[in-house]
Design a protein around this ligand. Structure first.
Ligand SMILES: Nc1ncnc2c1ncn2[C@@H]1O[C@H](COP(=O)(O)OP(=O)(O)OP(=O)(O)O)[C@@H](O)[C@H]1O
Ligand SMILES: [Mg+2]
Length: 234
């Protein structure tokens, strides 16, 4: 199976990278490092000369690029050259909600529940996609509807030969009964925990599953530095 680099040391632990033309789910609590892990993936895709896209539902492209630059990933040059497309879903949501609130409250649902529509926002020829964060679409959605739309999205991505990482915050994942994990090819979780021995707070990354792949069974400790995610020795 072909692999696409994660842009992190993780590659060596999961058989070379994320499986090509498949979708990975990246879940985790707030501030645990999801977006940064996603930015490594995108940066590597750009470095490797692949056309990349980010669907950003919680941040502006400018904020994402600034976040990337702060960890040494210079995405702005790819963005300017058009190798990297960043869809402004965040701005649109804000504008739309302002409009809707001025008229009628009920229409909010419509905007918040169009997961399938995201596929049309990915430019032709894109090979690498990051969606951050799909959780915002699930607020008013039943588990059934979410599963149907999510499956359709993943199917659509595969049909277009896209290798994707979809970020979903833990709260949304729990609200939808954790079913997103069943639709995707692999699941990775980031978290922060107190180490019972040292009392220090630690960042952990866990590979919960990747089909067709030998995975590390223990959580891996990591840090976020000015060079981004750095894996720590045991
Ligand atoms: N340049 C940097 N140097 C050191 N640490 C940083 C740097 N940039 C970000 N961080 C740390 O990385 C953490 C995780 O960031 P990230 O945005 O990836 O988390 P997240 O899981 O996406 O959170 P959210 O719930 O906000 O989406 C930040 O809270 C911050 O502590
Ligand atoms: Mg984030």
């Amino acid at each position: 199976m072909d692999r696409i680099s994660t842009g992190m040391e993780l590659d060596g632990m999961i058989g070379g990278g994320y499986p090509r033309n498949r979708t990975m789910l990246l879940t985790g609590t707030t501030g645990s490092g999801k977006t940064i892990a996603g930015l490594h993936f995108i940066n590597q895709g750009c470095l490797d000369g692949r056309k990349c896209a980010i669907i950003a539902t919680e941040e502006t492209p400018e904020d994402l690029i600034n976040q990337a630059e702060s960890i040494g990933l210079s995405l702005s040059k790819y963005y300017k050259k058009g190798i990297l497309n960043i869809e402004r879903v965040y701005d649109e949501r804000a504008e739309y909600i302002k409009g809707v609130l001025a008229v009628e409250l009920t229409d909010i649902d419509e905007l918040q529940s169009n997961i399938i529509g995201l596929i049309d926002r990915i430019p032709e020829g894109t090979e690498i996609v990051l969606i951050d964060n799909i959780g915002v679409f699930t607020l008013n959605m039943s588990t059934n509807e979410f599963r149907a739309q999510f499956d359709a999205l993943i199917h659509g991505l595969a049909k277009r030969n896209i290798t994707a990482v979809i970020i979903m915050d833990s709260a949304s994942d729990e609200r939808t009964g954790g079913i997103a994990a069943y639709s995707v090819y692999g699941v990775i979780r980031t978290s922060m925990k107190d180490n019972p021995f040292t009392g220090a707070r630690e960042r952990l990354i866990e590979v919960l599953k990747i089909r067709n792949t030998k995975i590390p069974l223990d959580p891996i400790r990591f840090d976020v530095s000015s060079n981004g995610i750095v894996f720590l020795k045991k």
